[in-house]
Ligand binder design. Structure first.
Ligand code: ITT
Length: 182
C-alpha cells in the first residue's frame, strides 16, 4: 500500500530528512522525501538562498513541500562557513575547521525551514548556540562531531537527544505550530 504524506522534504541530504521526519512525526505531520539536488544561488543571506531554492523545488515537483538551509556560524571567523557550510564540509571538512581555530570557539547552528505550496511561501528559523570542540568526537554526520551545544560537554554526535534541542528542531517546531493552524 502506498503511504500518504502531508508534505515533502526536498533535499539531497538524507540525514537532514531523517531528523526532520522524526521531529515532525512527533507533531503528527507525515513527511515524505524527494531526493533532489536543488540549484543554490550564492549569497551571504541564507533567507535569499532559501526562497529561491523553495520556488525551484516547487516548480519541479508541484507538491506542498519544505526545504531546509543550514549554516554553521563561527564567531572568531566572522560567521564562516555560514552559507558556505555544505561546500566547506565537502572540501576542508571538520579537520580543516579545527585547524583554523585557536582559543575562541563560540559558534551557532542556524536552520531555516521554508514551506512552499501553490499560494504560500514562508520561512521559519531555529538557532542553537554552542562551541567548536578541540577534537572530533563521536560518529555523527556533517559538523555533528565538532559542535558542542550550550550547556553540554558532549558534541551533537555524542548526545542522544539532538532532535529535542537542535536548530532543526527549533525551526520545525515553529513551522509545525503554524502548519497545524493553517
Ligand atoms: P540540501 O540538498 O538540502 O541543500 P545540503 O547538505 O547542501 O542539502 P545545507 O546547505 O542546508 O544542506 O547544509 C549545509 C551543511 O551543513 C550540510 O551539508 C552539513 O554538512 C551541515 N549541517 C547542517 N545541519 C547539520 C546538522 O544538524 N548536523 C551536522 N551538520 C549539519
Amino acid at each position: 500500500m502506498q503511504q500518504s504524506f502531508d508534505l515533502y522534504f526536498v533535499s539531497s541530504n538524507k540525514h537532514k530528512y531523517l531528523e526532520a521526519k522524526t521531529i515532525l512525526d512527533s507533531f503528527g505531520i507525515r513527511l515524505g522525501f524527494l531526493k533532489l539536488s536543488l540549484e543554490e544561488i550564492q549569497s551571504d543571506s541564507i533567507k535569499i538562498i532559501a526562497i529561491k531554492k523553495a520556488k525551484n523545488a516547487f516548480s519541479k515537483c508541484n507538491k506542498s513541500l519544505i526545504i531546509e538551509d543550514d549554516g554553521l556560524f563561527i564567531n572568531s571567523l566572522d560567521g564562516f562557513p555560514g552559507p558556505y557550510s555544505s561546500f566547506v564540509f565537502q572540501t576542508i571538512g571538520n579537520k580543516g575547521i579545527l585547524n583554523l581555530l585557536d582559543t575562541k570557539r563560540n559558534a551557532k547552528f542556524v536552520s531555516l525551514i521554508t514551506y512552499c505550496d501553490k499560494k504560500t511561501i514562508k520561512s521559519f528559523e531555529g538557532k542553537i548556540d554552542g562551541t567548536i570542540s578541540k577534537k572530533i568526537k563521536g560518529k555523527g554526520w556533517g559538523y555533528d562531531p565538532i559542535f558542542v551545544p550550550k550547556n553540554s560537554t558532549k558534541t551533537f554526535a555524542e548526545i542522544k537527544n539532538k532532535n529535542e534541542l537542535s536548530h532543526r528542531y527549533k525551526a520545525l517546531k515553529k513551522f509545525a505550530s503554524w502548519y497545524l493552524r493553517k
